[in-house]
Design a protein around this ligand. Structure first.
Ligand code: WQD
Length: 335
């Protein structure tokens, strides 16, 4: 059984990936500093997978603590999620983002080099494309100047990984992950006011937020609101399992990138309308000003991941909006 170190493994995407790793016969070792999640997520992963997971509360910037994990376990590959990811916050606190996201990656890579470990799956983002000239974007689409320090940490991260010749690395460029595990035991757990669309929708629907503000409706799109490629978090989690298998079967690979999106673009109002229809809810929202840093439209050409990773998205937009609501209801009940 191959052992996979999952940094940020109690986070939104990390926790769903740990479940899929276990389903696929891997042994995950979870490292998380709990800065943006709760230790309860570990219990919930165990409830879903019926397996106790090894967990270390460690900050990936702490080289001594991180190294100690490699002394206790024989690690075959690493999936690196641990990073801050709020676009708006990164504009207000750029050094916090560079220190954590870049510093943490460098620390991890130093330890990997010292321990002779080369296999890594890196959590990247479609934000590296900035405002694309056209969509769908493929992996050869131009990398634009990042619209935020967060996006820049992903671009720099990919460049660092490309330059480290000792690695066998796959970077996954996520589009917009939403939804939750079918058990409603794990899902998105935004601390404080959500930055992202879906948790703001579900918190509005359940009454935690007064109303949703749709950031602009005069974009050059069918209904004037921005277009994104929303992907179910479980489909995204499974892309990581496929990326591991790619690394395992391509030992001479140095660095490769794959878009992980459904290939479909939906506007903000499409999502709002689908959420209302599928959950039989009337959502209170208003149109507000555009949000700084937002791109108008971006969605994926995912053909490279389909052919080379043998991956595809199986969940529909209906699954996404229903599972997101089921998760919000479960959160409310658990209070
Ligand atoms: C989506 C759309 C907003 C909130 C995210 C992550 C980023 C990256 C890509 C992984 C936009 C609109 C939002 C609200 C709104 N993922 N919106 N009202 O900005 O595409 O970026 O996905 O790396 O880390 O942040 O996602 O959910 O914030 O916004 O109208 O209250 O919803 O304007 O058009 P975004 P988002």
């Amino acid at each position: 059984m191959k052992t996979i170190l999952v940094t940020g493994g109690l986070g939104y995407i990390g926790s769903h990936t740990v479940v899929e790793l276990i389903n696929s016969g891997y042994e995950p070792i979870i490292v998380d500093n709990l800065s943006n999640t709760s230790i309860d997520v570990l219990n919930r992963i165990e409830q879903i997978s019926h397996k106790k997971c090894v967990f270390y509360q460690i900050d990936v910037c702490d080289k001594v603590a991180l190294s100690s994990v490699f002394e206790k376990h024989i690690i075959d590959s690493i999936i690196h999620f641990a990073a801050f990811k709020a676009v708006g916050e990164s504009v207000e606190q750029p050094l916090k983002y560079y220190q954590n996201n870049i510093g943490g990656l460098i620390t991890l890579l130093e330890v990997m080099q010292e321990k002779g470990i080369k296999n890594i799956v890196f959590s990247s983002s479609c934000t590296v494309y900035g405002e694309p000239d056209s969509s769908p974007v493929n992996e050869l689409s131009p990398i634009k100047k990042a619209s935020s320090p967060y996006g820049n940490t992903k671009q720099i991260g990919e460049e660092i990984l490309t330059d480290c010749g000792f690695l066998n690395c796959v970077a996954l460029r996520y589009f917009n992950p939403i939804g939750a595990h079918s058990t409603a035991l794990i899902g998105e757990l935004p601390l404080g006011v959500p930055n992202n669309l879906m948790p703001y929708i579900t918190q509005t629907a359940i009454g935690i937020r007064e109303q949703l503000t749709v950031f602009g409706n005069d974009y050059n799109t069918p209904d004037g609101t921005c277009i994104r490629d929303y992907i179910h978090v479980v489909d995204l989690a499974n892309a990581h399992v496929k990326a591991l298998k790619f690394i395992e079967t391509h030992p001479d690979n140095l660095f490769d990138v794959f878009n992980i999106g459904t290939g479909e673009g939906y506007t903000v109002l499409d999502i709002v309308n689908m959420f209302e229809k599928e959950n039989n809810i009337t959502l209170k929202y208003k149109i507000g000003p555009k949000r700084a840093g937002d791109v108008e439209k971006v969605w994926a050409d995912n053909s490279k991941a389909k052919t080379q990773l043998q991956w595809q998205a199986n969940h529909t937009l209906v699954d996404m909006v229903k599972s997101a609501w089921k998760w919000q209801l479960a959160l409310q009940e658990s209070k």
